[in-house]
Design a protein. Structure first.
Length: 698
């Protein structure tokens, strides 16, 4: 239940003075539907107005002049502006209005009147000596010159809602913000010299200098910490409530030991460590919620397979779910033979299974004949029933929605008092510093070591005009048996222009090279799978693709990766794409094509990729270089959208907030103390209630 003291902040923006039916949608677009959203919209800049004279005016600056109205110059023709010529004793200044203010202006500012006028000073070309201000921000009587502020806060604006109007709303929202009981640790707050909650909000909306606008300004840091704390608390609460559920006991057994012995390779140190962390969970009596993170090709599937063998050894079933059919099939092919050799029954269940075949598979899952099911979304259909599902493994977990994950979790046996263990797998490298914000409610194991014997992928950047040369080299490589990916980015899967570009590229390559195939997101899944399969089988030698191959497919013979418009991709994505090659014994290469000229930042980003082959390191460096936008593809990986916290600028606060959240909950698990209650208000304010947290795994 929302405390009454917060009601004013949770009322609609239309309750703010001046927000009528026309303006409300614009405020909503800029900030959000309620007063709280306006309150949490930070200013983006400052305008400083110096008072000056025409002979001292500086073009491009926002300045204030005291002038005498000299003449009105009505437009000669329709569509021309209304002009006022003004004089300040040192020179002339032209004030310009483009839209029908004419007669009104003449009445308000008659010839001879003294006015203070302020706005951006310009000197249009061709009028060497004439300074002008188009649409002055202020024009007031001389004796009211003091009303023109010297420093003005700039807010996001949109057509029909100028910054100055939004500012009024923000100040009114501020008036409605109540003083709340302090939730921050007072010793820490004093040490960091952070202001109180309401004081911080007031300072946020009243910057006096550029430094005050920085995310590093103290008031902003205080609010960022508050937001991060609210989120970390929610994550910690979820984790705690999940822990409270018992999970089935699964000891490491002889089956997985035999499976491991039968592997044609030794597990890496990182695989061994991850596996023992998973085994610790499976034996803990609590339900596991663990994320297994590792670059593409780091060997996550093998670890998953051994955990499933443990479950089978305990007489329990497992399910491994992948986002696409081809990935599910590859997982099946990897794990079926070794496990079947040990006498286990493994099935593949996808949308392709129909009729009697499907019925037989379902019957085997329901009566426990099959120990392990590998599949796609088909696994959580209502009529799929397991006899004793105890472990679900989800590959590329961010590709599934919360509900999808939960539906699989819900397939545990109804007559037991434990819940199904969850192991999520992800190849999206999240920088270590940000891990807590994305996966704060999961335990994380990292495979940060590659299996030995991989040849690094020689990576270089090339301008697009050099495509013919690259095609020539491709021809030679194909003649010697190599295969290649050629990636064309799609901004969105429905983007017709980019899709055409991919089709054109495929047609163009087909004129020069044998065995060119095309896959893209708009193809029917069966057709897409058929082309992919022909690539896996070696019939297609160059696979032109939009980003569909990004995730997981394993084609060891593919050794060349060409990526068009590489500057359009996030580094993490490029790294994942590159991970598709370099899996076999062939020397592998990756060509990053770009349209020249390359910006300095783009150049730096491509350099990072050329120098490093460690996904975590690449993600961390990319984060440091981050301009705007979402170059890490973080949104796709479930990254939270913060209002005032900046995960990069405030990354030192993330760990502090996570530690504090843990301590707070250890002392006051129900948040029942006075401070706990204040914290619940904070969670309400930032929409981070325990149930709304991301990565909810059931
Ligand atoms: P991921 O799922 O992390 O992308 P996979 O589990 O598919 O990686 O492994 C990629 C390839 O590496 C597979 O062919 C697998 O057999 C092989 N592999 C896995 N672990 C090792 C290891 N320790 N030593 C050598 N090869 C390994
Ligand atoms: Mg994989």
């Amino acid at each position: 239940m929302r405390p009454e003291i917060l009601f004013p902040l949770f009322s609609s923006v239309s309750t703010l003075k001046g927000v009528g039916p026309r303006v409300a949608p614009l405020v909503e677009k800029l900030a959000g539907p309620i007063v709280r959203d306006v309150l949490f919209t930070a200013p983006t800049g400052l305008i400083r107005r110096s008072v000056t004279t025409v002979d001292q005016a500086v073009e491009g600056q926002v300045q204030t002049f005291v002038v005498t109205i000299d003449a009105h110059q009505p437009p000669h023709r329709l569509g021309h502006p209304w002009k006022i010529r003004a004089w300040d004793g040192t020179g002339f200044l032209t004030l310009i209005w483009f839209k029908g203010h004419g007669p009104h202006l003449e009445r308000q500012h008659p010839k001879g009147a003294r006015r203070a006028v302020s706005g951006k000073v310009e000197r249009p070309e061709g009028f060497a000596s004439e300074l002008q201000i188009a649409h002055p921000d202020y024009i007031v009587a001389e004796d009211r010159a003091a009303d023109i502020p010297e420093v003005e806060t700039v807010y996001p604006a949109t057509a029909g809602l100028p910054s100055r109007t939004f500012r009024k709303f923000a100040l009114e929202a501020l008036e409605r913000a109540p003083e709340l009981p302090e939730w921050q640790d007072s010793a820490w707050r004093e040490r960091e010299r952070l202001p109180g909650w309401r004081e911080a909000l007031a300072a946020l909306h009243a910057p006096a200098s550029e430094a005050d606008l920085s995310p590093l300004a103290r008031p902003r840091r205080r609010l960022a910490y508050d937001e991060l704390l609210a989120h970390q608390l929610a994550l910690a609460q979820r984790k705690a409530s999940r822990r409270a559920h018992p999970g089935p006991l699964i000891p490491a057994g002889s089956l997985s030991e035999a499976a491991e012995k039968a592997l044609p390779f030794k597990l890496t140190g990182a695989q061994i460590r991850s596996l023992s962390e998973i085994r610790g969970d499976l034996l803990s009596g609590e339900r596991m919620s663990r994320l297994l993170q590792g670059d593409v090709g780091s060997g996550k599937t093998v670890v998953a397979m051994l955990a499933m063998a443990d479950a089978a050894g305990a007489g329990l079933q497992s399910a491994l779910m992948a986002p696409t059919e081809i990935l599910a099939r590859q997982h099946f092919e990897t794990i079926a033979a070794p496990l079947e050799a040990l006498g286990l029954s493994v099935i593949l269940l996808t949308g392709r299974d129909k009729g009697a075949g499907r019925t037989a598979k379902l019957a085997g899952l329901a009566d426990g004949t099959h120990h392990i099911a590998v599949g796609t979304h088909a696994l959580f259909q209502d009529d799929v029933v397991f006899k004793a599902l105890a472990l679900t493994i989800i590959d590329e977990q961010h590709r599934f929605g919360v509900n999808e994950r939960r539906r699989l979790q819900d397939k545990g046996p109804p007559d037991v008092d434990w819940g199904v263990h969850l192991l999520a797998m992800s190849a999206t490298p999240i920088p270590r510093t940000l891990e807590l914000t994305v996966f704060g409610d999961l335990d994380v194991s990292r495979i940060d070591e590659k299996p030995p014997g991989r040849t690094p992928v020689a990576t270089r950047a090339a301008p697009t005009p050099r495509v013919p040369e690259i095609v020539e080299r491709l021809r030679a490589a194909i003649a010697s048996g190599a295969q290649a990916f050629w990636i064309c980015p799609l901004v969105s899967e429905s983007d017709k222009v980019d899709l055409r570009a991919a089709e054109d590229r495929a047609a163009d390559l087909a004129r020069h090279l044998p065995g060119v195939g095309l896959v893209h997101g708009q193809m029917p899944p069966a057709e897409k799978d058929a082309v992919m399969q022909r690539f896996v089988d070696g019939e297609v030698s160059v696979l032109v693709a939009t980003t569909v191959v990004e995730v997981g497919v394993n084609v060891p013979n593919a050794s060349i990766m060409v990526i068009e418009h590489a500057d359009r991709f996030g580094l993490a994505q490029l790294h994942q794409l590159r991970g598709r090659v370099g899996r076999g014994t062939r020397e592998s290469s990756c060509v990053l094509l770009y349209d020249p000229p390359l910006s300095e930042v783009a150049q730096k980003r491509l350099d990072i990729l050329r120098r490093s082959d460690d996904g975590f390191e690449i993600a961390e460096k990319d984060l440091e270089l981050r301009g705007g936008g979402d170059p890490l593809g973080l949104k796709q990986s479930g990254f939270p959208a913060y209002r005032l916290a900046d995960p990069v600028a405030h990354r030192d606060l993330i760990a502090v907030a996570a530690d504090d959240a843990r301590l707070i909950l250890a002392r006051d698990p129900e948040l029942a103390s006075p401070r706990g209650q204040a914290l619940r208000m904070l969670q309400e304010l930032f929409d981070w209630k325990p149930a709304s947290s991301l990565n909810e795994a059931g």
